[in-house]
Ligand binder design. Structure first.
Ligand SMILES: Nc1ncnc2c1ncn2[C@@H]1O[C@H](COP(=O)(O)OP(=O)(O)OP(=O)(O)O)[C@@H](O)[C@H]1O
Length: 535
């Protein structure tokens, strides 16, 4: 056997192929380490250690080999390595012939890793390659245009990582619209004060964030402004989108179309109140159910006051955060449906800036078939399929990959995967990702918080990244349950009331009874109005 070459970490042994080789380890290396060996053309082949096996001929399965006196000298460590490729003129290719047994293996240097993996093509700094001092940079334009997803189990650092990407996009003057079900993104206004900033060379700062609430301002201390829709001349389709699917029968929808056509024939300008009055005038038996739903819509306050203009929501270098805290899921999906339809239409007509729509807890807004229904599914699918043409990108964030619409996920060119352990979610990831191996699946199960696997057409193979500290303050903090028992008890009451009252009518209702409008609800809007409010 050849003597060990200085600086090498091992020698190639056994059978090799253009895509894999094994080497006998002479210096400590670990799984995931990037290594290099000379190919036949004397160019460097970059490979990564996938697995390490240890054996010792002195210890066989059947008996100890007493003839072997020096047990330590008989121990062997074999590293199984997967070839990533050979870099030539900025392009990656597989070596034409397999690496030669007997060749020395070295640790790969930073330059080779960056060039071969394609890590320095971008301008967005999201973190460091795990185990290395190598910055991972992604291309902002590609990420926005070709969409992106962040998928991981809860507590793994999903929203933290999403915010890191949003910071980079805001630094590059991208306009962002964030659908934020839990009010986690308002804290981006403030600079971060926890993290190893010097190691990652990050400077804390706050961003230009405006938080909107579709509810009442007084109920959401984070909100800067109310979010309101225009109630003038609503089309039947627009109104229908805001009414829960399961409770609006075809008879009621027909009634809605009739009422709005009659109004259009009479006047140039009508409001939601006018639609309600018109429906009341109908002779239909099912009208009261529809009236109930329309009145609930009116009471939410979403259609009162000044409508929020679309061009205010997408502004370069700023993020508009729609904070959905306190709004029931069904209504959230309807708000998202209408909002994104307006944004997409305005963008198609070039009336607003290009930008990116970020959908947190995406399984609620675009549920996979069989796992639920949401009014917002179609428009999010449309943006995923056509947004690129019109400069509207999409970022999908979810803790339940298996419950998110596969059509949308498959349109995301960049996938950021953090720790996932649920077997259904892992299966969904495996199905949706090219090149997913059982080894990668195992790795995903074991990723620590704050470490992400980046899969993208822009990089040559999935890489693991230590996500950099945030520049802005993180807002996704878990609530302690035990020590806050009292606070929890006092907060249960309004939440329940909210859910109960915001449903237009009970499922048992026949649809023929006139809904009771209490004096209080007519004058001040009652509890519903208190919770959701008017502008
Ligand atoms: N790159 C990171 N650097 C430092 N801390 C991190 C990093 N990523 C995550 N964390 C920490 O891990 C915790 C969980 O992160 P985060 O809130 O983003 O999780 P999540 O997956 O979004 O959870 P949830 O689904 O509950 O919102 C946070 O307290 C955060 O401070």
């Amino acid at each position: 056997m050849r003597s060990i070459v200085k600086g090498s970490v091992g020698t190639i042994v056994g059978e090799t192929t253009p895509t894999a080789f094994k080497f006998l380890i002479s210096k400590e290396v670990g799984r995931g380490t990037y290594i290099k060996a000379k190919g036949d053309g004397r160019e460097w082949i970059l490979a990564q250690i996938e697995d390490i096996k240890r054996s010792n001929t002195a210890y066989t399965v059947n008996q100890l080999n007493d003839a072997a006196r020096n047990y330590d000298s008989r121990e062997m460590m074999i590293a199984e390595s997967r070839v990533i490729g050979v870099e030539s003129n900025g392009k990656l290719r597989l070596p034409t012939s397999p690496a030669r047994p007997g060749e020395s293996v070295f640790l790969a240097d930073e330059k080779l890793i960056k060039a071969t993996l394609g890590l320095s093509k971008g301008d967005m700094y999201i973190g460091m390659l795990k185990g290395y001092d190598i910055r991972v940079e992604m291309d902002a334009n590609t990420l926005v245009q070709k969409h992106c997803s962040v998928l991981a189990k809860t507590g793994s650092g999903k929203s933290y990582t999403a915010a890191v990407i949003l910071e980079e996009l805001l630094d590059r003057k991208v306009a962002l619209l964030v659908i934020d079900p839990h009010g986690e993104y308002a804290s981006m206004k403030e600079p971060n004060n926890v993290g190893d900033f010097s190691k990652y060379k990050v400077k804390p700062r706050g961003y230009d964030i405006t938080v909107y609430t579709p509810g009442e301002m007084a109920m959401n201390p984070r909100a800067d402004r109310p979010f309101r829709f225009n109630s003038l001349n609503l089309s039947a389709r627009e109104v229908a989108k805001m009414i829960p699917n399961e409770s609006s029968s075809s008879g009621q929808l027909g009634l809605l179309y009739e009422a709005i056509s009659a109004l259009r024939a009479e006047t140039d300008a009508y409001t939601l109140e006018d639609i309600i009055e018109q429906v009341v005038r109908s002779n239909s038996k099912v009208k009261w159910n529809l009236v109930g739903q329309l009145e609930s819509l009116l009471e939410l306050g979403l259609f009162s006051g000044t409508a929020t203009p679309c061009d205010e929501l997408l502004r370069p270098g700023r993020a508009a955060v729609i904070d959905m805290t306190g709004i029931i899921p069904e209504l959230q999906a309807m708000i998202v449906a209408r909002l994104l339809t307006d944004i997409f239409e305005a963008r198609k007509r070039r009336l607003i800036s290009p930008g990116m729509v970020v959908v947190e807890e995406a399984h609620n807004y675009i549920p996979e078939r069989g796992t639920g229904n949401a009014a917002s599914t179609n428009i999010v699918r449309t943006i995923a399929a056509e947004g690129r043409k019109f400069g509207l990108g999409l970022m999908i964030i979810s803790q339940r990959p298996a419950r998110v619409d596969k059509n949308v996920i498959s349109q995301c060119n960049t996938q950021i995967i953090m720790r996932v352990t649920n077997p259904n979610d892992l299966k969904a990831l495996s199905k949706g990702l090219e090149g997913m191996t059982t080894d990668l699946e195992e790795e995903i199960k074991r990723l620590p918080a704050g470490v992400a696997m980046l899969v993208s057409n822009e990089i040559e193979r999935p890489i693991t990244v230590n996500i950099r500290p945030r520049k802005s303050r993180h807002g996704g903090v878990s609530t302690e349950i035990v020590s806050r028992e009292k606070a929890k008890a006092s907060s249960v009451q309004p939440a329940r009331a909210l859910e109960k009252r915001s449903r237009p009518q009970s499922p048992e209702s026949s649809g023929n009874e006139k809904p009771v409008r209490s004096k209080k609800s007519q004058s001040s809007g009652g509890l519903l109005k208190k919770v959701f409010g008017r502008a």
